[in-house]
Write a protein that binds this ligand. Structure first.
Ligand SMILES: [Zn+2]
Ligand SMILES: [Zn+2]
Length: 133
């Protein structure tokens, strides 16, 4: 399991690539930077749009396709979508506004913050994402 060491919004001082959409953003952009530990310590930058897409509000957080996709683009293509992440966010907002199942419990009591879905915890036992109260 990936352990989150820190997670914050920053105004970048150098150009950075968003790890989800792979687009490069100039210095001076609002981005999210997360430092996490998975064997090694990793520092990952994500753009505002991808951060919102991954909040768990718009994409079903337990979607199997999400686990099998390495990047957001791969996931979007799997969803037959070929626009920009911004267009995809609008598309998901329309599609999922009131449809996403918001799971609040499982049968275990062993939750850790999830490294990608900031509104959710991940159960260490069954790996389900559980919406934070
Ligand atoms: Zn992005
Ligand atoms: Zn569980």
């Amino acid at each position: 399991m990936i352990e989150i060491l820190s997670d914050k919004n920053v105004v970048t001082r150098k150009p950075h690539k968003c790890f989800l959409c792979s687009r490069k953003f100039d210095a001076g952009t609002d981005m999210n930077v997360q430092v996490n530990k998975y064997d090694d310590i990793n520092r990952v930058y994500s753009c505002k749009t991808c951060k919102e897409l991954m909040s768990g509000n718009w994409i079903e957080p337990n979607d199997e396709n999400m686990f099998e996709s390495d990047t957001l683009h791969e996931y979007m293509y799997g969803d037959n979508f070929s626009g920009t992440p911004e267009e995809y966010l609008q598309f998901k907002i329309k599609q999922n506004a009131d449809r996403i199942e918001r799971q609040r419990t499982c049968n275990h009591d062993n939750l850790k913050p999830d490294w990608q879905h900031r509104n959710y915890n991940r159960c260490v036992s069954c790996e389900k994402l559980i919406k934070k109260p």
